[in-house]
Design a protein around this ligand. Structure first.
Ligand SMILES: [Zn+2]
Length: 117
């Protein structure tokens, strides 16, 4: 799974389908599920004494969605894209946009084995 916490994604299916990029808050179940800000909102009813609502009542909160229903949002393509992994010249493993081939982030430190000299 190539999506990480903090990535901007768009939701491609379901009730909250939209083209608005939203940040990922949590990645769960080994990447199969994600919690996206403002997506799949439910009311959770809580009793008095809950830390977020001392008087009790209803809390608005996100529930996880299947990660097959999201796409990474590339700021350069301004669209949902697929990500790939590759090694750069220094031997660092990085995530990149498969559409415009821009580096998204470095995922692991440089290893000589993969460096192109
Ligand atoms: Zn792109």
């Amino acid at each position: 799974m190539k999506i990480k916490r903090g990535d901007l994604v768009i939701v491609t299916a379901g009730d909250d389908k939209s083209n608005t990029p939203r940040p990922v808050q949590q990645v769960l179940a080994n990447g199969q599920k994600v919690v996206v800000e403002g997506v799949n909102l439910v009311y959770k009813h809580v009793k008095r004494g809950h830390p977020k609502s001392p008087q009790g009542g209803r809390l608005r909160m996100e529930k996880p969605i299947q990660s097959s229903n999201i796409k990474f949002f590339c700021g350069i393509c301004e669209a949902g894209v697929k990500l790939g992994y590759r090694y750069n010249e220094n031997g660092e493993k990085e995530r990149f946009c498969r559409k415009c081939s821009t580096t998204v982030s470095v995922v692991s430190p440089a290893r000589e084995k993969f460096a192109k000299s």
